[in-house]
Design a protein around this ligand. Structure first.
Ligand code: PLP
Length: 392
Protein backbone atom coordinates (compact mmCIF):
# COMPACT_ATOMS: atom_id res chain seq x y z
CA UNK A 1 0.00 0.00 0.00
CA UNK A 2 1.34 3.39 -0.96
CA UNK A 3 1.43 6.08 1.69
CA UNK A 4 -1.44 8.38 0.71
CA UNK A 5 0.84 11.39 0.70
CA UNK A 6 2.89 9.93 -2.14
CA UNK A 7 2.23 10.33 -5.85
CA UNK A 8 0.02 7.40 -6.85
CA UNK A 9 1.75 7.13 -10.21
CA UNK A 10 4.72 5.71 -8.32
CA UNK A 11 2.87 2.41 -8.33
CA UNK A 12 3.22 2.37 -12.12
CA UNK A 13 6.96 2.88 -12.04
CA UNK A 14 8.80 -0.31 -12.93
CA UNK A 15 12.48 -1.15 -12.84
CA UNK A 16 15.13 -2.89 -14.90
CA UNK A 17 15.51 -6.53 -13.87
CA UNK A 18 19.05 -6.35 -15.29
CA UNK A 19 20.09 -4.32 -12.26
CA UNK A 20 18.48 -6.63 -9.67
CA UNK A 21 20.06 -9.67 -11.36
CA UNK A 22 23.40 -7.83 -11.38
CA UNK A 23 23.08 -7.22 -7.62
CA UNK A 24 22.12 -10.86 -6.91
CA UNK A 25 24.98 -12.11 -9.09
CA UNK A 26 27.34 -9.89 -7.07
CA UNK A 27 26.03 -11.34 -3.80
CA UNK A 28 26.53 -14.89 -5.04
CA UNK A 29 30.07 -14.06 -6.18
CA UNK A 30 30.82 -12.53 -2.79
CA UNK A 31 29.59 -15.74 -1.17
CA UNK A 32 32.21 -17.64 -3.22
CA UNK A 33 30.16 -18.87 -6.20
CA UNK A 34 31.50 -18.45 -9.70
CA UNK A 35 29.00 -16.58 -11.88
CA UNK A 36 28.97 -16.01 -15.64
CA UNK A 37 27.15 -12.76 -16.18
CA UNK A 38 25.17 -12.58 -19.41
CA UNK A 39 22.54 -10.45 -17.69
CA UNK A 40 23.40 -6.80 -17.98
CA UNK A 41 23.73 -5.22 -21.43
CA UNK A 42 27.09 -3.57 -21.49
CA UNK A 43 30.29 -4.09 -23.46
CA UNK A 44 32.87 -6.09 -21.54
CA UNK A 45 35.62 -3.91 -23.04
CA UNK A 46 37.25 -1.00 -21.25
CA UNK A 47 36.63 2.44 -22.71
CA UNK A 48 39.35 3.00 -25.36
CA UNK A 49 42.48 4.60 -23.85
CA UNK A 50 42.39 7.84 -25.87
CA UNK A 51 38.88 8.54 -24.53
CA UNK A 52 39.89 7.85 -20.94
CA UNK A 53 42.94 10.10 -21.39
CA UNK A 54 40.73 12.94 -22.67
CA UNK A 55 38.57 12.66 -19.54
CA UNK A 56 41.63 12.70 -17.27
CA UNK A 57 43.13 15.63 -19.16
CA UNK A 58 39.88 17.59 -18.82
CA UNK A 59 39.97 17.08 -15.06
CA UNK A 60 43.64 18.08 -14.87
CA UNK A 61 43.00 21.11 -17.07
CA UNK A 62 40.32 22.37 -14.71
CA UNK A 63 37.02 21.38 -16.36
CA UNK A 64 35.39 21.30 -12.94
CA UNK A 65 32.42 23.58 -13.37
CA UNK A 66 28.96 23.47 -14.90
CA UNK A 67 28.70 23.42 -18.67
CA UNK A 68 25.77 24.81 -20.68
CA UNK A 69 22.67 22.81 -19.71
CA UNK A 70 22.31 21.41 -23.24
CA UNK A 71 25.96 20.34 -23.23
CA UNK A 72 29.29 21.71 -24.44
CA UNK A 73 28.93 23.48 -27.78
CA UNK A 74 32.04 21.66 -29.07
CA UNK A 75 30.49 18.30 -28.22
CA UNK A 76 27.15 19.11 -29.84
CA UNK A 77 29.03 20.35 -32.91
CA UNK A 78 30.90 17.05 -33.04
CA UNK A 79 27.61 15.12 -32.81
CA UNK A 80 26.12 17.32 -35.54
CA UNK A 81 29.11 16.70 -37.83
CA UNK A 82 29.14 12.97 -37.16
CA UNK A 83 25.41 12.47 -37.81
CA UNK A 84 25.39 14.72 -40.86
CA UNK A 85 28.28 12.74 -42.33
CA UNK A 86 26.78 9.35 -41.54
CA UNK A 87 23.07 9.98 -42.19
CA UNK A 88 23.03 13.01 -44.49
CA UNK A 89 21.18 15.27 -42.07
CA UNK A 90 21.12 16.45 -38.46
CA UNK A 91 19.04 19.25 -36.92
CA UNK A 92 21.01 22.29 -35.64
CA UNK A 93 22.92 22.00 -32.37
CA UNK A 94 20.18 24.02 -30.61
CA UNK A 95 18.11 20.80 -30.86
CA UNK A 96 20.84 18.46 -29.59
CA UNK A 97 20.82 17.86 -25.85
CA UNK A 98 23.62 16.03 -24.06
CA UNK A 99 22.12 13.92 -21.28
CA UNK A 100 23.46 11.64 -18.51
CA UNK A 101 23.06 8.48 -20.62
CA UNK A 102 20.48 7.87 -23.32
CA UNK A 103 17.99 6.68 -20.73
CA UNK A 104 16.88 10.13 -19.48
CA UNK A 105 15.66 10.91 -23.00
CA UNK A 106 13.05 8.17 -22.62
CA UNK A 107 11.83 9.62 -19.35
CA UNK A 108 11.82 13.16 -20.70
CA UNK A 109 9.92 12.16 -23.83
CA UNK A 110 7.33 10.41 -21.65
CA UNK A 111 7.02 13.51 -19.44
CA UNK A 112 6.67 15.79 -22.47
CA UNK A 113 4.34 13.70 -24.67
CA UNK A 114 2.63 11.61 -21.97
CA UNK A 115 0.15 12.48 -19.25
CA UNK A 116 -3.43 11.49 -18.55
CA UNK A 117 -5.65 10.58 -21.50
CA UNK A 118 -2.67 10.12 -23.83
CA UNK A 119 -1.64 6.86 -25.44
CA UNK A 120 1.93 6.05 -26.38
CA UNK A 121 2.60 3.14 -28.72
CA UNK A 122 5.69 1.07 -27.93
CA UNK A 123 7.19 -2.37 -28.62
CA UNK A 124 6.63 -5.52 -26.57
CA UNK A 125 9.17 -6.84 -25.77
CA UNK A 126 11.15 -3.64 -25.24
CA UNK A 127 13.65 -1.91 -22.98
CA UNK A 128 11.55 -1.86 -19.78
CA UNK A 129 12.05 1.85 -19.16
CA UNK A 130 9.70 2.66 -22.07
CA UNK A 131 6.60 1.19 -20.41
CA UNK A 132 7.68 2.32 -16.96
CA UNK A 133 8.23 5.97 -17.95
CA UNK A 134 5.10 6.16 -20.08
CA UNK A 135 2.92 4.66 -17.34
CA UNK A 136 4.47 6.92 -14.70
CA UNK A 137 3.59 9.96 -16.82
CA UNK A 138 -0.06 8.92 -16.59
CA UNK A 139 -0.31 7.91 -20.26
CA UNK A 140 -1.41 4.45 -21.37
CA UNK A 141 1.26 2.27 -22.98
CA UNK A 142 -0.22 0.58 -26.08
CA UNK A 143 1.98 -2.21 -27.36
CA UNK A 144 2.88 -3.75 -30.71
CA UNK A 145 4.77 -6.99 -31.23
CA UNK A 146 8.40 -7.53 -32.16
CA UNK A 147 8.04 -11.19 -32.96
CA UNK A 148 10.29 -14.10 -33.78
CA UNK A 149 8.08 -15.02 -36.80
CA UNK A 150 8.93 -11.59 -38.23
CA UNK A 151 12.67 -11.87 -37.56
CA UNK A 152 12.23 -9.62 -34.51
CA UNK A 153 11.41 -6.64 -36.71
CA UNK A 154 8.37 -4.45 -36.20
CA UNK A 155 5.46 -4.46 -38.60
CA UNK A 156 4.52 -0.93 -39.73
CA UNK A 157 0.89 -1.84 -40.43
CA UNK A 158 0.49 -3.22 -36.93
CA UNK A 159 1.87 -0.03 -35.41
CA UNK A 160 -0.37 2.16 -37.57
CA UNK A 161 -3.40 0.04 -36.63
CA UNK A 162 -2.86 0.94 -32.96
CA UNK A 163 -3.24 4.69 -33.53
CA UNK A 164 -6.24 6.40 -31.93
CA UNK A 165 -7.18 10.06 -31.40
CA UNK A 166 -5.28 9.85 -28.09
CA UNK A 167 -1.99 8.69 -29.55
CA UNK A 168 0.70 11.29 -28.91
CA UNK A 169 3.89 9.34 -29.60
CA UNK A 170 5.19 6.12 -31.16
CA UNK A 171 8.42 4.54 -29.92
CA UNK A 172 10.62 2.36 -32.10
CA UNK A 173 13.99 0.73 -31.48
CA UNK A 174 16.23 -0.88 -34.11
CA UNK A 175 18.63 -2.63 -33.55
CA UNK A 176 16.33 -3.88 -30.86
CA UNK A 177 16.84 -4.64 -27.19
CA UNK A 178 16.13 -7.39 -26.07
CA UNK A 179 16.02 -9.39 -29.34
CA UNK A 180 18.94 -8.07 -31.41
CA UNK A 181 16.45 -7.77 -34.28
CA UNK A 182 16.74 -5.19 -37.03
CA UNK A 183 13.75 -3.70 -38.77
CA UNK A 184 14.43 -3.41 -42.52
CA UNK A 185 14.64 0.10 -43.99
CA UNK A 186 11.62 -0.70 -46.20
CA UNK A 187 9.44 -1.31 -43.13
CA UNK A 188 10.67 1.89 -41.50
CA UNK A 189 9.82 3.82 -44.70
CA UNK A 190 6.36 2.28 -44.61
CA UNK A 191 5.85 3.53 -41.07
CA UNK A 192 7.06 7.03 -41.97
CA UNK A 193 4.75 7.08 -45.02
CA UNK A 194 1.82 5.98 -42.86
CA UNK A 195 2.53 8.72 -40.34
CA UNK A 196 2.08 11.42 -42.99
CA UNK A 197 -1.67 11.04 -42.30
CA UNK A 198 -1.09 11.74 -38.57
CA UNK A 199 0.85 15.01 -38.46
CA UNK A 200 0.39 15.47 -34.69
CA UNK A 201 2.04 12.21 -33.68
CA UNK A 202 5.70 12.33 -32.62
CA UNK A 203 8.06 9.50 -33.47
CA UNK A 204 10.67 8.48 -30.89
CA UNK A 205 13.52 6.48 -32.43
CA UNK A 206 15.90 4.80 -29.99
CA UNK A 207 19.12 4.38 -31.99
CA UNK A 208 21.51 3.58 -29.14
CA UNK A 209 22.75 0.47 -31.05
CA UNK A 210 22.86 2.10 -34.51
CA UNK A 211 26.51 1.25 -35.13
CA UNK A 212 26.35 -2.26 -33.71
CA UNK A 213 24.97 -3.88 -36.86
CA UNK A 214 26.38 -7.03 -38.45
CA UNK A 215 25.10 -7.41 -42.01
CA UNK A 216 23.09 -4.29 -42.77
CA UNK A 217 24.41 -0.69 -42.88
CA UNK A 218 23.57 1.61 -39.94
CA UNK A 219 20.21 3.28 -40.39
CA UNK A 220 18.62 6.35 -38.81
CA UNK A 221 15.27 8.09 -38.89
CA UNK A 222 17.32 11.25 -39.49
CA UNK A 223 17.36 10.17 -43.14
CA UNK A 224 13.60 10.89 -43.47
CA UNK A 225 13.07 14.65 -44.03
CA UNK A 226 9.28 14.24 -43.99
CA UNK A 227 9.26 13.33 -40.27
CA UNK A 228 12.03 15.59 -38.94
CA UNK A 229 9.70 18.23 -37.46
CA UNK A 230 8.31 15.60 -35.05
CA UNK A 231 11.19 13.22 -34.54
CA UNK A 232 13.07 12.48 -31.33
CA UNK A 233 16.28 10.48 -31.68
CA UNK A 234 17.98 8.86 -28.69
CA UNK A 235 21.61 7.88 -29.04
CA UNK A 236 24.83 8.05 -27.05
CA UNK A 237 28.24 6.73 -26.23
CA UNK A 238 27.39 3.92 -23.77
CA UNK A 239 27.27 0.98 -26.16
CA UNK A 240 29.28 2.30 -29.12
CA UNK A 241 32.37 3.29 -27.12
CA UNK A 242 31.98 1.02 -24.05
CA UNK A 243 31.11 4.00 -21.85
CA UNK A 244 28.07 2.76 -19.91
CA UNK A 245 29.44 3.90 -16.54
CA UNK A 246 30.39 7.40 -17.68
CA UNK A 247 26.69 8.23 -18.06
CA UNK A 248 26.49 10.23 -21.24
CA UNK A 249 24.11 10.16 -24.18
CA UNK A 250 22.15 12.59 -26.29
CA UNK A 251 18.66 13.35 -27.47
CA UNK A 252 17.76 15.16 -30.66
CA UNK A 253 14.49 16.99 -30.15
CA UNK A 254 12.05 18.57 -32.56
CA UNK A 255 11.69 22.37 -32.37
CA UNK A 256 8.25 21.98 -30.75
CA UNK A 257 9.63 20.32 -27.61
CA UNK A 258 13.35 21.06 -27.26
CA UNK A 259 12.78 23.91 -24.79
CA UNK A 260 10.87 21.52 -22.51
CA UNK A 261 13.59 18.88 -22.73
CA UNK A 262 16.07 21.55 -21.68
CA UNK A 263 13.82 22.69 -18.83
CA UNK A 264 13.44 19.14 -17.52
CA UNK A 265 17.21 18.70 -17.81
CA UNK A 266 17.87 21.91 -15.86
CA UNK A 267 15.33 20.93 -13.20
CA UNK A 268 16.79 17.47 -12.86
CA UNK A 269 20.52 17.30 -13.57
CA UNK A 270 21.68 20.80 -14.72
CA UNK A 271 24.24 19.34 -17.11
CA UNK A 272 26.37 16.24 -17.66
CA UNK A 273 29.67 16.33 -15.79
CA UNK A 274 32.22 18.27 -17.76
CA UNK A 275 35.07 15.72 -17.89
CA UNK A 276 32.73 13.07 -19.28
CA UNK A 277 31.66 15.46 -22.02
CA UNK A 278 35.31 16.00 -23.01
CA UNK A 279 35.81 12.24 -23.07
CA UNK A 280 32.77 11.89 -25.35
CA UNK A 281 34.17 14.63 -27.57
CA UNK A 282 37.39 12.63 -27.96
CA UNK A 283 35.30 9.55 -28.78
CA UNK A 284 33.22 11.19 -31.50
CA UNK A 285 35.94 13.27 -33.08
CA UNK A 286 38.73 10.69 -32.76
CA UNK A 287 39.69 7.58 -34.73
CA UNK A 288 36.68 5.27 -35.15
CA UNK A 289 38.82 2.11 -35.41
CA UNK A 290 37.86 1.15 -31.85
CA UNK A 291 34.16 1.07 -32.80
CA UNK A 292 34.82 -1.18 -35.78
CA UNK A 293 37.03 -3.51 -33.72
CA UNK A 294 34.31 -3.97 -31.12
CA UNK A 295 31.64 -4.41 -33.79
CA UNK A 296 33.59 -7.25 -35.41
CA UNK A 297 34.02 -8.98 -32.08
CA UNK A 298 30.32 -8.61 -31.21
CA UNK A 299 29.40 -10.03 -34.60
CA UNK A 300 31.59 -13.08 -34.05
CA UNK A 301 30.17 -13.61 -30.58
CA UNK A 302 26.59 -13.31 -31.85
CA UNK A 303 27.33 -16.25 -34.16
CA UNK A 304 29.03 -18.19 -31.40
CA UNK A 305 26.21 -17.86 -28.87
CA UNK A 306 23.56 -18.62 -31.51
CA UNK A 307 25.36 -21.78 -32.64
CA UNK A 308 25.89 -22.99 -29.09
CA UNK A 309 22.27 -22.34 -28.09
CA UNK A 310 20.91 -24.04 -31.20
CA UNK A 311 22.84 -27.17 -30.26
CA UNK A 312 20.74 -27.50 -27.10
CA UNK A 313 17.58 -29.61 -27.37
CA UNK A 314 14.53 -27.50 -26.59
CA UNK A 315 16.15 -24.19 -27.54
CA UNK A 316 15.88 -22.31 -30.80
CA UNK A 317 17.75 -19.07 -31.39
CA UNK A 318 17.69 -16.67 -34.34
CA UNK A 319 20.95 -15.02 -35.35
CA UNK A 320 20.78 -11.42 -34.07
CA UNK A 321 21.28 -8.72 -36.70
CA UNK A 322 22.78 -6.24 -34.27
CA UNK A 323 23.30 -5.04 -30.67
CA UNK A 324 24.75 -7.71 -28.35
CA UNK A 325 21.80 -9.83 -27.32
CA UNK A 326 20.60 -13.32 -28.14
CA UNK A 327 16.91 -13.96 -27.53
CA UNK A 328 16.51 -17.74 -27.60
CA UNK A 329 13.08 -19.36 -27.67
CA UNK A 330 13.09 -21.65 -24.64
CA UNK A 331 9.50 -22.93 -24.79
CA UNK A 332 10.86 -26.42 -25.55
CA UNK A 333 12.25 -26.58 -22.00
CA UNK A 334 8.74 -26.53 -20.53
CA UNK A 335 9.58 -23.93 -17.88
CA UNK A 336 8.38 -20.33 -17.55
CA UNK A 337 10.96 -17.67 -18.42
CA UNK A 338 11.01 -16.24 -14.87
CA UNK A 339 11.69 -19.69 -13.42
CA UNK A 340 14.53 -20.31 -15.84
CA UNK A 341 16.07 -16.95 -14.94
CA UNK A 342 16.05 -17.90 -11.25
CA UNK A 343 17.16 -21.52 -11.65
CA UNK A 344 19.90 -20.53 -14.07
CA UNK A 345 21.39 -18.03 -11.67
CA UNK A 346 20.88 -19.80 -8.36
CA UNK A 347 21.66 -23.40 -9.42
CA UNK A 348 23.88 -23.03 -12.50
CA UNK A 349 25.68 -19.73 -11.88
CA UNK A 350 24.57 -18.02 -15.09
CA UNK A 351 22.99 -14.57 -15.00
CA UNK A 352 20.53 -14.10 -17.86
CA UNK A 353 17.21 -12.31 -18.04
CA UNK A 354 13.72 -13.70 -18.50
CA UNK A 355 12.11 -12.42 -21.69
CA UNK A 356 9.23 -11.25 -19.49
CA UNK A 357 11.53 -8.61 -17.99
CA UNK A 358 10.84 -6.83 -21.31
CA UNK A 359 7.07 -7.35 -21.57
CA UNK A 360 4.41 -10.06 -21.78
CA UNK A 361 5.50 -11.07 -25.29
CA UNK A 362 8.84 -12.05 -23.81
CA UNK A 363 7.32 -15.17 -22.24
CA UNK A 364 9.06 -18.22 -23.67
CA UNK A 365 12.37 -16.40 -24.20
CA UNK A 366 15.56 -15.55 -22.39
CA UNK A 367 17.79 -12.56 -23.05
CA UNK A 368 21.47 -13.38 -22.97
CA UNK A 369 24.04 -10.67 -23.49
CA UNK A 370 26.88 -11.76 -25.76
CA UNK A 371 29.01 -8.83 -24.62
CA UNK A 372 31.23 -11.30 -22.85
CA UNK A 373 34.32 -13.37 -23.61
CA UNK A 374 34.09 -16.46 -25.85
CA UNK A 375 35.00 -18.58 -22.82
CA UNK A 376 32.18 -17.12 -20.75
CA UNK A 377 29.68 -17.60 -23.58
CA UNK A 378 30.75 -21.23 -24.03
CA UNK A 379 30.66 -21.85 -20.28
CA UNK A 380 27.20 -20.27 -19.96
CA UNK A 381 25.85 -22.37 -22.84
CA UNK A 382 27.27 -25.53 -21.26
CA UNK A 383 25.42 -24.70 -18.05
CA UNK A 384 22.21 -23.95 -19.96
CA UNK A 385 22.56 -27.32 -21.68
CA UNK A 386 22.89 -29.01 -18.29
CA UNK A 387 19.75 -27.22 -17.12
CA UNK A 388 17.95 -28.32 -20.28
CA UNK A 389 19.04 -31.96 -19.81
CA UNK A 390 18.07 -31.97 -16.15
CA UNK A 391 14.55 -30.71 -16.99
CA UNK A 392 13.97 -32.82 -20.11
N1 PLP B 1 17.85 2.30 -25.04
C1 PLP B 1 18.06 0.98 -25.10
C2 PLP B 1 17.29 0.18 -26.08
C3 PLP B 1 18.97 0.38 -24.23
O1 PLP B 1 19.17 -0.95 -24.32
C4 PLP B 1 19.66 1.17 -23.29
C5 PLP B 1 20.58 0.56 -22.33
O2 PLP B 1 20.59 -0.62 -22.10
C6 PLP B 1 19.41 2.55 -23.29
C7 PLP B 1 18.50 3.08 -24.17
C8 PLP B 1 20.07 3.45 -22.30
O3 PLP B 1 21.42 3.59 -22.48
P1 PLP B 1 22.31 4.45 -21.50
O4 PLP B 1 23.13 3.51 -20.70
O5 PLP B 1 23.13 5.34 -22.39
O6 PLP B 1 21.42 5.27 -20.63
Amino acid sequence: MLNKMLNENLLKLDTETAFSVLTRAGELEKAGFSIVNLGIGQPDFSTPAHIVEAGIKALKDGAHGYTPSMGLVSLREAVFKDLTERYGYCPPISQIQITPGGKPDIFMAAMIYGGRKKEIILPDPSFPIYTSSVAYSGATPVTYGVNEENGFAFNADEILSKITSRTSMIMINSPHNPTGGITPASEISKLVDGLISYPDITLFSDEIYDRLVFETPPHSLLSYPEILDRLIVLNGWSKTYAMTGWRIGFGIWPKQSVEFADKIGVNYHSCVNAATQYAALAATSGDQGCVENMRIIFKRRAKLITEKLNNITGINCQLPGGAFYAFPNITGLGLASDDIQTILLEDYGVAGLAGTAFGHNGEGYLRLSSANSDDSIIKACTMIEQLANNHA
